[in-house]
Design a binder for this molecule. Structure first.
Ligand code: IMP
Ligand code: MG
Length: 175
């Protein structure tokens, strides 16, 4: 990230508070019914790991791998499915777990694909909502944190596959 600086946008403590709140909302909505969390790799790996440990309802987990970005910071709008689900979702209560919704293209294509497999219910949980950037009509049922424009890294989010390991979320600033 030559020539750029970064500033903390959401601390690990703030993230933990919001993850706990989301887990409480989800647990209250589903009660004793089993849910299936579908993590969108790679960005959601830390979020889903923290979330599933806070959810009280019985939960199983599976992953898909999607890619929309090259090495740039804006979407191509073309979504590539690199890994499909391993468990059937028919008649299950499914929650898609995303790191961030930006243009919305990624989630829209995943949502529509999963809907065809006839889940009992299908909801979306995102850690970050960048709603000002939305290009397609898709909204999350559970939202951790909201932000305006800007590119962020850390807590699973990458720039060119780097910085996923940072415990806090940073906004990348042009000099
Ligand atoms: P969308 O299809 O434009 O909504 O893009 C969503 C995907 O782009 C997310 O799952 C992220 O992987 C990636 N993305 C969007 N904004 C950011 C960001 O600020 N930092 C890192 N990755 C991002
Ligand atoms: Mg992602």
């Amino acid at each position: 990230m030559v020539g750029q600086s970064r500033k903390v946008l959401f601390t690990r403590d703030r993230i933990a508070i919001e993850v706990k709140r989301l887990a409480e909302e989800i647990s209250a909505d589903y009660g004793d019914q089993e849910i299936m969390l579908v993590g969108v790799l790679k960005g959601s790996f830390l979020f889903i790991a923290d979330l599933i440990r806070e959810i009280k309802s019985p939960a199983v987990i599976d992953f898909v791998r999607l890619a929309s970005y090259g090495s740039g910071t804006s979407t191509s709008g073309i979504i590539e499915f690199r890994k499909n689900l391993e468990m059937p979702i028919k008649d299950r209560h499914v929650i898609i777990v995303e790191d961030i919704i930006d243009s919305g293209y990624t989630l829209q294509s995943l949502y529509n694909k999963l809907l065809l497999q006839e889940p009992r219910s299908l909801k979306i949980c995102t850690l970050i909502d960048k709603s000002a950037r939305r290009e397609v009509e898709i909204n999350a049922d559970y939202i951790g944190l909201s932000m305006d424009d800007g590119f962020i890294i850390g807590y699973g989010l990458d720039h060119d596959e780097k910085y996923r390991d940072l415990p806090d979320i940073y906004i990348v600033e042009e000099p």
